[in-house]
Design a protein around this ligand. Structure first.
Ligand code: UD1
Length: 426
């Protein structure tokens, strides 16, 4: 198993290319199940989670062909072709490793009339139920059965009729499943209280390119007129707003100056507003975002919320940054109940953070020092890297397979802007 060794103190400066968005890619790939024609995704990040999802697709008889990129390039182009589905079962072993596998439920049901997917179970950042995914599919006419740890969804003969569903809680995953289930329904469906994260917009844009009829894109009120069939398409995955936000925090904590090449500021409104309030200079243009900091950081109060609110996926990284701010910051996590696992590790590096339920109180500025730390989940791992970049001495981060799930060639990108970071075989 690899580990990362970071020697802190270098001021980051230069340009970091931003990869395609993991969370968008994981909902765009299963769209290939909706058509017998080839679907090509450009700008797919090279990540363990994406490889895992590609593997899951082959389980259903989908062929995948990778082309047109050199090893030194970021991203790749992959063509998926589901001309014939050979299985409608997503087994436990694959779903267990990757929660996003639940996103095959909707499209598989729409295309094949049935889908059997292992229940994903708990996960490190809290109890992550799928009840809304299932209730939405029922509202569209599916019959759901839960047996032996599996969800079996069946459409009536002739396909899903479609229907209306009002989400009591904003759910990104359930909105994605609902969209993919209804685009091929016999009638019109309406989703209210739907998630409107940029990744949902990306999904709607791909579905539209495939011939789907969706009204209200970008809002929480979506109307989907089912069509008889969808065609293939070639589509470029949106830039990763969380990767970009993470590197913005990394640049800021070192008092650095970094251009996030390819980042889309409009997708990052709340993160960029938070950074500005912390005292960081943020400049946006059509092709990227520039971040500059003189190292003076102000404390702020932040609360995570569904888009356009502050992404829960940015909470840990901002917490590291705020440990260097002059004063007390308060961070509230409203999406997940157990998403402060980075706190004890940051404390081991010298941060002064107290938690009470879903609130963390960060007292700064702390003198951070290098330590041996353990990655617990994807974004928590990134918060440790950010702290390590500003820490005195050497930090060793273990269990970095979490990072490899979501950050394409992290150490190479950080080396590009002058960080002292290396990957070594443990
Ligand atoms: C969530 C985040 C997303 C982030 C991802 C990975 C939100 C709204 N969603 O998406 O930004 O990229 O984690 O960290 O910020 N819920 C239910 N029943 C369900 C589904 C969800 O009660 O069937 C609840 C969850 O427990 C949670 C909330 O709804 O409290 C939002 O969850 P959801 O958006 O579905 O999670 P992800 O799709 O994983």
């Amino acid at each position: 198993m690899d580990k990362l060794i970071i020697r802190g103190g270098n001021r980051l400066s230069g340009t970091i290319p931003i990869s395609g968005a993991k969370n968008a890619a994981l909902t765009l790939i299963p769209c290939a199940l909706l058509t017998e024609e080839p679907m090509t995704l450009r700008n797919l990040p090279r990540l363990a989670d994406i490889d895992g999802f590609q593997h899951l697709m082959t389980q259903f008889g989908v062929s995948t062909a990778i082309k047109g990129t050199r090893p030194e390039d970021f991203g790749r182009i992959v063509t998926f072709e589901a001309s014939r589905l050979t299985s409608t079962v997503a087994p436990y072993d694959l779903v267990r490793k990757m929660r996003a596998s639940i996103l095959v439920l909707g499209p598989m049901l729409a295309r094949a009339g049935e889908a059997t997917v292992s229940m994903p179970g708990g996960c490190a950042i809290g109890n992550r139920p799928i009840d809304l995914h299932l209730k939405a599919l029922e509202a569209f006419g599916a019959e759901i059965e839960l047996t032996q740890g599996y969800v079996k969804a069946m459409a009536p003969d002739g396909g899903l009729p479609g229907g209306d569903f009002d989400f009591p809680v904003v759910s990104v995953g359930a909105t994605e499943n609902a969209l993919m289930a209804t685009v091929l329904a016999n009638g019109t469906s309406r989703l209210t209280g739907a998630a409107r994260e940029p990744e949902i917009v990306d999904l709607c844009n791909l579905l539209t390119a495939m011939g789907a009829e969706i009204e209200g894109i970008g809002s929480s009120d979506l109307t989907i007129h089912g069509v008889k069939r969808l065609n293939g398409a070639t589509y470029k995955v949106m830039p990763d707003r969380i990767e970009a936000g993470s590197y913005a925090c990394a640049a800021a904590i070192t008092g650095g100056e970094v251009r996030l090449e390819g980042a889309n500021a409009a997708d990052m409104v709340s993160t960029l507003a938070a950074l500005r309030n912390i005292g960081i200079q943020v400049e946006e243009d059509a092709k990227g975002v520039n971040i500059a900091s003189d190292g003076t950081l102000k404390p702020v109060d932040l609360t995570t919320a569904p888009f356009p609110g502050l992404a829960t996926d940015m909470q840990a990284q901002l917490m590291s940054l705020l440990s260097k701010a002059e004063g007390t910051s308060v961070l509230k996590e409203t999406i997940f109940e157990n998403r402060f696992m980075h706190v004890p590790e940051l404390a081991r590096m010298g941060a002064d953070i107290a938690t009470e339920g879903r609130t963390a109180i960060v007292k700064g500025p702390s003198l951070l020092t290098g330590a041996e730390v353990m990655a617990t989940d994807l974004r928590a791992s990134m918060s440790l890297i950010i702290a390590a970049l500003a820490a005195e001495g050497e930090t060793t981060v273990r269990r970095i397979y979490h990072l490899d799930r979501g950050y394409e060639r992290l150490e190479e990108k950080l080396q590009l802007v002058g960080a002292d970071i290396e990957r070594v075989d443990d």
